[in-house]
Design a protein around this ligand. Structure first.
Ligand SMILES: CC(C)(COP(=O)(O)OP(=O)(O)OC[C@H]1O[C@@H](n2cnc3c(N)ncnc32)[C@H](O)[C@@H]1OP(=O)(O)O)[C@@H](O)C(=O)NCCC(=O)NCCS
Length: 129
């Protein structure tokens, strides 16, 4: 149901982290108000769902999780099936802080859902090239 992407630590030949990516849709009412204002008035909008994101404890707080999110955003941007944002479901307060640190905006109606508009990622990628 989803593609799984794995970050390998080459020196130790071990898995440092992973995430899954799947096509999904979001209810317009769940989106942050400042995002939905700029979108067509469709009841459902196409998004890419990042799931199962996890980093091995030995590799945490070294930027691996953020790099995996950036990888997911770039894959969603390049995909032939269009999504306008990444969506995640934060499983606890720590995960919520991590996603906020990475530019995700909280949903208007569901505390655990956060969105990252891919237009933001496209602009950030353009300024780096
Ligand atoms: C959440 C998780 C993926 C973060 O991965 P990571 O590689 O440690 O994250 P990064 O090093 O890229 O962190 C970047 C920033 O996010 C924030 N952050 C990361 N982990 C955090 C935590 N546990 N609590 C609060 N903020 C956190 C910090 O601001 C951090 O920057 P800093 O280290 O300079 O303070 C990892 O802690 C993990 O696998 N947790 C268990 C599984 C999980 O909760 N997955 C999310 C499912 S919704």
């Amino acid at each position: 149901m989803a593609s799984c992407f794995v970050a390998l630590e080459s020196a130790a030949n071990t898995i440092a982290g992973y995430y899954t990516l799947a096509a999904a849709s979001a209810h317009a009412g769940d989106l942050p108000e400042e995002i939905v204002r700029r979108l067509p008035r469709y009841p459902l909008l196409p998004v890419a769902l990042v799931g199962r994101l996890a980093v091995d404890q030995r590799f945490q707080r070294r930027g691996v999780g953020s790099a995996l999110l950036a990888d997911a955003a770039l894959r969603a941007l390049k995909g032939d099936v269009k999504a306008f944002a990444l969506i995640v479901e934060a499983k606890d307060a720590d995960a919520f802080s991590f996603y906020r640190h990475n530019g995700f905006q909280p949903s208007a109606s569901r505390a655990e859902a956060l969105f990252l508009p891919l237009a933001t990622v496209r602009r950030a990628a353009a300024t780096r090239t």
